[in-house]
Design a protein around this ligand. Sequence first.
Ligand SMILES: [Zn+2]
Length: 146
Amino acid sequence: MMNLPYPEPTSATATKKMRSNRRVDTKPEVALRSLLHRRGLRFRKDYAIRLPNGKTVHPDIAFTRKKIAIFVDGCFWHSCPEHGTTPKTNQNYWIPKLQQNVERDRNTDEGLRANGWQVIRIWEHVSLDEAERRILNCLESESTLD
Ligand SMILES: [Zn+2]
């Protein structure tokens, strides 16, 4: 992976995006974890999973017994097809940076699946209801296999 210098924020919007897209405890995943917790579901937050390539990933939510890894992906950082944008400034930084993020996501998914995990990726723009429905569907379909 390339190590690119982090550019100075060039606009209030870019600064706001960076602030609102921190990896740990961004709002959508916090809200989703709270909801699942209220539903009585028990899961691990920031559970470390080692991939076949030696890297370690920390899904936002992990159901370890059922091996279900859930990521809440920020629309900006993970290039959501609906809301993903490339900042107009510092494009030499942002274009490869955002491409790397997407490639890393796909490698992570492949590595997890190779280790027997199911991967659910939820865009941050998805409603909590929809996110919950997807997760419950996955948990229910898994429980029939027990
Ligand atoms: Zn989006």
